[in-house]
Unconditional design. Structure first.
Length: 292
């Protein structure tokens, strides 16, 4: 009888211990990503600014063109089945976010696979520097590299920047999936539930930015994490793959901040530039004076 009781006691002890260990690991993990979030804050500043800016009809047309190009390139490189091509799936998700018609999405895929006539696009990334010594990664989808290279160089030069050589700044960036959720009407308990749900579904990092929640994932995990959140009724503001820098440049001068924002706008205005990534971190009090 004593032996049997010992077995029961040992079994209960191991069960309770395993629960405590799992709980402690979960708490340690949560503390870890909250600490890491503080370290990572500001690393996608331009991404945050863009989503606060108003979208004019002209900008909307440019966005449609850029997303259509993204779909075509993704289809050409990985095939037309979005279930087997995560980059195409993400590009289609982006198209749906901006309300691109289904026919437009279909034509972009067909152009990418060569089933529909169209210009052959090429994906290129330029590296450079901006005001204050900030690093710039400029993603381009073009049918003429020479023309686009000259255009990018011109925009940088006029904006107090310059082109860099291959590998000059790319070493400090790594690609991450980034999901944004509006959090103005979400209380603290709901935020914590979203954070835990995101981590449990494969997210690497969650940042509480007061009026929004930013979730970072591996690029190939972005769609999965997004779907888990949406299945729980959580509204996603945006989701995309971004190049996140490992270090930032703090910008405390208003004039330099103004130059940076103007340069970023001018780069984004180019129809052939699909995305611009940088490592600047402009203080919020300065941003408030820049009408962003």
């Amino acid at each position: 009888m004593a032996t049997e009781n010992n077995k029961i006691f040992c079994g209960l002890f191991l069960f309770i211990t395993s629960l405590n260990v799992n709980f402690l690991l979960k708490c340690r993990y949560v503390r870890g990503y909250k600490t890491w979030s503080k370290i990572m804050s500001g690393h996608s500043k331009w991404h945050q600014i863009k989503h606060k800016k108003a979208v004019t009809d002209k900008k909307r047309g440019q966005i449609f063109t850029k997303v259509a190009r993204m779909i075509s390139i993704a289809a050409r490189e990985g095939g037309e089945d979005p279930e087997m091509n995560y980059r195409l799936r993400l590009a289609i998700d982006k198209a749906k976010e901006i309300n691109m018609p289904k026919d437009g999405i279909k034509k972009a895929i067909l152009r990418g696979t060569g089933k529909l006539a169209g210009v052959r696009l090429e994906k290129v990334t330029y590296e450079g520097y901006g005001p204050g010594g900030i690093a710039l990664l400029i993603d381009v989808l073009t049918d003429n590299k020479n023309r686009t290279s000259a255009e990018v160089k011109s925009i940088l030069t006029k904006g107090s920047g310059k082109m860099g050589g291959s590998g000059s700044v790319s070493w400090m960036f790594s690609q991450k999936g980034v999901i944004n959720i509006e959090a103005k009407d979400i209380n603290q308990e709901e935020k914590e539930n979203i954070e835990l749900l995101a981590i449990d579904s494969g997210a690497e990092d969650v940042k509480d930015q007061e009026d929004s929640i930013e979730i970072n994932t591996k690029p190939q995990e972005l769609h999965k994490v997004k779907k888990v959140l949406e299945d729980e009724g959580i509204k996603i503001s945006s989701s995309e793959i971004l190049s996140i820098p490992s270090q930032t440049v703090k910008i405390e001068n208003e004039n330099i901040a103004r130059q940076i924002l103007k340069l970023m706008d001018n780069l984004e205005d180019s129809e052939e530039i699909s995305a611009v990534h940088s490592n600047f971190d402009i203080e919020d009090k300065i941003l408030e004076t820049q009408k962003v």
